[in-house]
Design a binder for this molecule. Structure first.
Ligand SMILES: *Cc1c(COP(=O)(O)O)cnc(C)c1O
Length: 416
């Protein structure tokens, strides 16, 4: 075992892990493309692009050069009162990628905080206009929006551990997505009765990621847009997972033909290199914060807000989306996964196989021992992280057809 691992293991605290039983993580020596090179010389093909971030593969030279150049020039300066080119250029580029009214970009350093800011904008924009009592955000069962207390309160009640933190979490309504006749009727009735308490609605468009890669059709988003308009609610699309090509279009909402009032972005924003997030709001919401009084300003400002290295990485990542055929690569990945993962349908215990863009899911009746399954996958030379009752692939868009075949085959073999 590496010395640093052995020594540090007594001090680190891992994410989402029962530390009493957590297996020792695999020490990584370096990364390249879709390859994770372990200290012991093994190379794993990464099936999940490091929690959905590394969309161009690891160590893309264009991003590396942009970050190195920025590091030599200005690694970071405070965003209050000082400006740097990467953040201003990135704001302009993000606004240009999004529908016209989504014009104002607020940078933070993680997805959860981007969602916190979205909630704050939705609620405070009303308070600034003297509208009281509309402080709730309607969220959906199966949803995931982050791990901070504000965002836990709009996660699925089980996932967000609402029960454990009763009294500490703000209370927001969480109901089923309007995806069929009964749930749509219930959703409509809920709004009729409760819209006067709501500031907005938040949803992960097309796919609830951390909730188990559960898909819903674009008409669900159109219904949410219609309902939000009818009741004067701020519609928030959390595209932290789905943004930047993952579902087959640059943003998932494009497939529904409706735009949100606020969009949150993070994960693939920097191509998987640096922590950065953005909350982008319409001009109308922004204008609700304008007045002669400091009291109506948006009071938020992370220390590392709009970190120049992160913004340089994000600009370089956007260059790659412009120069390289990323969406065509996603379409090819999608077709290949649909074909190759379909073989798993015949296996015992498999209840569903589904694909959307560069997201491929094999759903099982249950996964009794995720750690053992993960080790079996590592033995096959792949890095895939089973959770809940699913095995899923969210590879880099630059993965080769051969590497992708090896990922699909590994899933088939461990399940056989
Ligand atoms: C990952 C994720 C978040 C939280 O982002 P962090 O950077 O982990 O705080 C929020 N919403 C969605 C949809 C996510 O996938």
């Amino acid at each position: 075992m590496s010395n640093w691992l052995e020594e540090g293991w007594r001090h680190v605290w891992l994410p989402y892990a029962q530390m009493q039983t957590a297996p020792l993580p695999l020490p990584v020596a370096r990364t390249e493309g879709s390859g994770i090179h372990l200290e012991d010389g093994r190379v794993l093909i990464d099936g999940i692009a490091s929690w959905w971030t590394a969309c161009h593969g690891y160590n893309h030279p264009h991003i590396a050069q942009a970050v190195a150049a920025q590091l030599a020039r200005v690694p970071h300066v405070m965003f209050g009162g000082l400006a740097h080119e990467p953040a201003y250029r990135l704001s302009t580029r993000l606004a240009a990628l999004l529908p016209a009214p989504l014009n104002r970009v607020f940078f933070t350093d993680s997805g959860s905080v981007a969602v916190e800011v979205a909630i704050k904008i939705a609620v405070q924009s009303r308070l600034n206009r003297g509208e009281r009592g509309r402080t709730k955000i309607l969220a959906f069962t199966g949803g995931y929006h982050g791990d901070t207390f504000g965002t836990m309160a709009i996660c699925d009640p089980e996932e967000g551990m609402h029960a454990m933190f009763t009294g500490l979490l703000p209370e927001h309504p969480v109901i089923p997505l309007p995806r069929d006749g009964a749930s749509t009727a219930a959703f409509d009735a809920f709004l009729e009765a409760n819209a006067h308490t709501l500031a907005g609605i938040i949803v992960e468009p097309l796919v609830q990621g951390a909730g188990g890669m559960v898909l819903h059709p674009p008409q669900v988003l159109r219904h949410l847009r219609r309902a939000a308009d009818a009741h004067g609610l701020t519609l928030i699309f959390d595209e932290i997972f789905t943004g930047f090509g993952r579902t087959g279009t640059m943003f998932a909402f494009e497939q529904a033909g409706v735009a949100p009032d606020i969009i949150t972005l993070s994960k693939a924003l920097t191509g998987g290199t640096l922590p950065l997030a953005a909350t982008i709001a319409t001009d109308a919401l922004f204008e609700a914060f304008l007045s002669a009084s400091p009291a109506t300003a948006l009071m938020h400002g992370p220390t590392y807000m709009a970190n120049a290295l992160g913004c340089a990485a994000a600009n370089a990542s956007l260059d790659l989306f412009e120069r390289e055929p990323r969406l065509a690569q996603v379409a090819a990945i999608s077709a290949q996964m649909a074909h190759e993962l379909a073989l798993c349908r015949a296996l015992p215990g498999v209840v569903d196989v589904r694909v959307l863009g560069a997201i491929g899911v094999v759903e099982l009746a249950e996964i009794a021992n995720p750690a053992a399954l993960r080790m079996a996958l590592v033995a096959q030379g792949v890095w895939i992280r089973p959770f809940r009752n699913i095995l899923y692939l969210t590879p880099a868009f630059t993965i080769s057809p051969d590497e992708l075949s090896r990922l699909c085959a590994a899933i088939f073999r461990v399940l056989s």
